[in-house]
Ligand binder design. Structure first.
Ligand code: 5GP
Length: 206
C-alpha cells in the first residue's frame, strides 16, 4: 500500500483566541503529532526547548529562510519570527500521522496556498473582552503591547473566510469536542480514502 500524504491540520485564529488548549485536545487523539515551530522569540520561563518551539537566533532563522526550509514563516507583532520547518511533513509521512500546526493567520494563509488539502480551523474568541482578559492574565505585556495585540486580533478576525472550519472558543469542553470531530472527519474525506477504497474494490474483483 502506498503511503498517503499526511493530513495537515492548521489550528489558527486571532492572537488570544486560545488556540493552544484546542491543539492539546487534538493531540489527545492517537495518530496525531505536533509540528514544532522555530522562533527567534526568547523562551518564557515555563517553556523548555523542543517541546513547543525550537528557539533559534535571527541569523539561524535567516539561513533557514534562504535554504527554503520553511513551509511557511511570518513575523508576529512586527518583532519575532516564527516558522514551520518542512521536515515536519516528512516526519508525519514516515510515521503516518496527522500533523497539527498551531500558527498565526498569515502563516495559515501561506500553508493553504501551498497545500490546498490542508484543513484550516479558525479558532474564534467569543469577544474582544475575552481576548483582552487572556492577554492580561498572562501579565507579560505593557499597555502599549496590549493595544497592539488587540488591533492585530481585529485584523486577523477579518480573514475568517479563508478557513474551512470555525470553532467558537466560548466553552472549552464543546470547542474541544469540535476540534476533535473536525480532525476525525477530515481523516474520512473521500480524497483521503480513495486509494483504500480502490484496494478494497480489488478484493471484489475490481
Ligand atoms: P507566542 O509567542 O505567544 O508563542 O506566539 C505568538 C503567535 O505566533 C501565536 O499566534 C502563534 O500561533 C504564532 N505562531 C507560532 N508558531 C508559528 C509558526 O511556525 N508560524 C507562524 N506563522 N506563526 C506561528
Amino acid at each position: 500500500m502506498s503511503a498517503v500524504a499526511p493530513l495537515v491540520l492548521i489550528v489558527s485564529g486571532p492572537s488570544g483566541s486560545g488556540k493552544s488548549t484546542l491543539v492539546q485536545k487534538i493531540l489527545e487523539l492517537p495518530g496525531t503529532m505536533l509540528s514544532v515551530s522555530c522562533t527567534t522569540r526568547p523562551p518564557r520561563k515555563t517553556e523548555s526547548a523542543g517541546k513547543w518551539y525550537n528557539f533559534i537566533s535571527q541569523a539561524e532563522f535567516q539561513q533557514m529562510v534562504e535554504r527554503g526550509e520553511f513551509l511557511e514563516y511570518a513575523q508576529v507583532f512586527g518583532k519575532n519570527w516564527y516558522g514551520t520547518p518542512k521536515t515536519w511533513l516528512d516526519r508525519a509521512l514516515e510515521q503516518q500521522k496527522d500533523l497539527v500546526l498551531e500558527i498565526d493567520v498569515a502563516g495559515a494563509l501561506q500553508v493553504k496556498q501551498k497545500l490546498p488539502n490542508a484543513v484550516a480551523i479558525f479558532v474564534v474568541p467569543p469577544s474582544r473582552t475575552d481576548v483582552e482578559q487572556r492577554i492580561r492574565a498572562r501579565g507579560q505585556d505593557s499597555e502599549d503591547e496590549i493595544r497592539r495585540r488587540l488591533e492585530r486580533s481585529r485584523q486577523e478576525m477579518l480573514k475568517y473566510s479563508s478557513y474551512d472550519f470555525a470553532v467558537i472558543n466560548d466553552d472549552l469542553e464543546r470547542a474541544g469536542r469540535e476540534v476533535q470531530a473536525i480532525a476525525l472527519a477530515s481523516r474520512c474525506l473521500m480524497s483521503r480514502k480513495e486509494d483504500r477504497i480502490r484496494e478494497i474494490l480489488k478484493s471484489f474483483g475490481g
